[in-house]
Design a protein around this ligand. Structure first.
Ligand SMILES: C[S@@+](CC[C@H](N)C(=O)[O-])C[C@H]1O[C@@H](n2cnc3c(N)ncnc32)[C@H](O)[C@@H]1O
Length: 398
């Protein structure tokens, strides 16, 4: 039978090279062609096919999803994946029997990783997507960036109060499509952002303007749900008021405690992950200077019997989890290292370890450079914490 990889090859689907949303329409069509939602994608999908293939557009493209994370066979509910990144939400929701009917992500490298793993190219910039072009769905999922609302409270209605922010984009989709539920994720700092005004405005919009039951948001730590990472995030959940749901219990932390040693690389890692003598010296100097000033900034060594610090993008993100790994035998650098490799066996974590810290199964394909991979996993969600919470949401609505 025809496979997704054959179609990809034949049409030369390449998320890095796509400039518009044509490949997004086509791949979304593939998964929705037999449902009533195909109307959202079929016109553009047909155009894409006709431009790229000599054959006529088939009535039904039968194919096998040979990707690591195929859509479930008999889905129980539908969802959309906004600010999709590399699909952390998607894995959690698919594990619960969800069918993703729409995804959006602006970054082309994240799109590439997404397509490699799910066989779907996300749509691009959400600010350019008309809410009427988003299909109906049961749950809207979004880990949206946190921004202040400069005119909140001064005007009436969310359209004026929040316009120009990415929260506005998802609010207008909620207003138009009225999903049964939404699941929003953000940094813990959202709680105190702009002296608490940002969260206050978000809750007011969701509760009053959009008419959803929104229980108090909860700070959830990834380490309480089966991954060895101390990552606190705020979860905001809502149910359409006419469903009559008036209570929601967040999941209880699991008893099982995991440590870094449980997920660390099982074999010796490449010397490229080991710090150079010169860089390690710089880090030590930097830490000393801060210590003298009385604060605890600087690199941190990871105890393998404990949890890792939160993995984050930028700054000293990688240096907050340095690990002494004495398994290295060959100290020949594979990339230039000033002063050679350090002799204390200190290395950064690998992209695969970052993936595991977020609960990504090893079948997840990392098909991008290390620099992109760190960014993608640092930006992503801890899948088990998302899944446990989503399970509670699904119990209420299915
Ligand atoms: C915090 S990350 C969410 C990651 C995701 N939950 C995951 O599991 O990988 C936010 C994402 O929003 C994307 N983004 C930012 N602005 C966007 C826009 N205007 N349209 C679509 N995506 C956007 C970023 O590229 C980033 O990948």
């Amino acid at each position: 039978m025809l496979k997704y990889s054959d179609i990809k090859k034949q049409l030369n689907i390449n998320a890095l090279k796509e400039t518009g949303d044509a490949a997004a329409y086509f791949t979304h069509y593939l998964y929705n062609q037999n449902s009533k939602l195909s109307k959202y994608f079929n016109k553009e999908a047909k155009k894409y096919w006709q431009e790229k293939s000599q054959d006529n557009f088939p009535d039904n493209i039968k194919f096998k999803q040979n990707v690591p994370f195929p859509e479930p066979d008999n889905p129980k509910f539908t969802f959309i994946d906004l600010f999709a990144g590399v699909g952390g939400f998607r894995i959690a929701m698919q594990n619960l029997g969800g069918n993703c009917v729409f995804s959006s992500e602006i970054d082309k490298y994240a799109k590439k990783t997404y397509e490699t793993n799910f066989g779907e190219v996300p749509f691009g910039d959400i600010t350019k997507i008309k809410e009427t072009d988003v299909p109906e769905h049961d749950v809207l999922c979004a880990g949206f960036p946190c921004q202040a609302f400069s005119i909140a409270g001064k005007r009436k209605g969310f359209k004026d109060e929040t316009r120009g922010t990415l929260f506005f984009e998802l609010a207008r989709i909620i207003e138009a499509k009225k999903p049964k539920a939404f699941f929003l994720e953000n940094v813990k700092g959202l709680r105190n952002h702009d002296k608490g005004r940002t969260l206050k405005t978000i809750l007011k919009v969701l509760r009053e303007d959009l008419n959803y039951f929104v229980p108090d948001p909860k700070i959830i730590n990834a380490k309480d749900f089966g991954v060895p990472q101390n990552r606190e995030r705020i979860f905001i959940i809502g149910f359409r008021k006419n469903l009559g749901i008036t209570e929601f219990d967040y999941p209880k932390p699991s008893e099982e405690k995991v440590k870094f040693a449980d997920i660390k690389e099982r074999k010796t890692v490449s010397s490229k992950y080991y710090l150079s003598v010169s860089y390690l010296e710089t880090l030590k100097e930097h830490k000393k200077r801060h210590k003298n000033k009385g604060n605890g900034f600087g690199f941190e060594m990871l105890d393998e019997n404990k949890c890792a610090n939160a993995i984050v993008v930028g700054g000293m993100g990688r240096e907050r989890n340095l690990y002494k790994d004495c398994r290295l035998k060959d100290f020949t650098p594979v990339t230039p290292k000033k002063g050679g490799l350090n002799s204390e066996f200190i290395r950064v974590l690998t992209p695969r370890e970052w993936a595991r810290l977020q609960g990504f199964p090893d079948k997840f394909i990392i098909g991008v450079s290390d620099a992109q991979a760190y960014k993608q996993f640092g930006n992503s969600v801890a899948i088990p914490a998302i899944q446990k919470t989503a399970e509670k949401i699904i119990e209420e609505i299915v």
